[in-house]
Design a protein around this ligand. Sequence first.
Ligand code: BTN
Length: 329
Amino acid sequence: MNQRTLSILRLLKDGQFQSGEYLAGKLHCKRATISRALKNIDSYGVEIVKIRGRGYRWINPILYLNRDLILNCSSIDPRKFNITLFDTIDSTNTFLLNNLENGMIDNNCVPVVATEYQTNGRGRAGRLWHSGFGDSLTFSFGWRFDQGVSALSGLSLIIGIAVIRVLRSFSISCVNLKWPNDILYDNKKLAGILIELRGEIFGPSYAIIGIGINFKLSDITNSFINQEITDLSSISDAYLDRNQILSALLTEFLNILPVFVDYGFAYFQKEWISYHAFERQAVSLILPNGSVIVGTFDGVMEDGSICLMTSSGRKSYHVGDISIRLNSL
Ligand code: BTN
């Protein structure tokens, strides 16, 4: 999406009709340029109607991410965050990875990047993360650890806990975790977490923590995704504002990360299991080498690895993709 299209969207964000002449005047271009700039807008999940004599109207306008709205929520301490917002960017994780050196991450003023749209959103295991313009909450933040990367096992699980806590605080109950940190509702994916670690084995190290929460996915975004998914608008009747949720999440990260540093994942083990979607259920674990382990889920260990009861006893694993074995339900 180019800069002109982004500027037009900003002018249409109140959901009112604006004439082509008005838009062209505001953006110092010809009316034909406006029409061209909006030509493929529906491929971003943005619905704009054009009616002769009235102009253009954005049918499903978003409430934009806004620094003041994020920082003015009562729960947040604004001095603790350095927030950068984009209309479009390749990936908020990539941006932070490319722009932050370890020494630049200061937990007293946490760098946060959020965007309305990612051109190359990244998921775990090299997958893509799809979202449309403003139809998800997509953001990343950086956190510095004195410890080395090897001491951070369980980090991805506690970030999942933080997301669950916040969603539940917005009365979005019945959200669960799929190991290591997918957020599910009714076994459908609602949110995902991508953590990228950098730094020294014995420290210091830093994590770029990226989160995508499906908010109100357009049909076009849905059509790109080949797994069972859901979004907040489908599961909650409440009016939800991404700014408020982001604000609450940032506050929760500030709360949970120091506890994790002091006590490790062991402190959160029981809580994680209480949110676990597949506890005591028959699952398959696909290991990176392609082999499949079948067993019954039996909690997580103090380091965040999973436990499966298998035909050869209770085993723990650090990596792999879990799927539920429907035929054994
Ligand atoms: C997954 O479940 O596979 C993880 C998805 C993580 C997506 C988020 S969206 C914000 C941040 N930027 C990215 O490119 N990815 C993460």
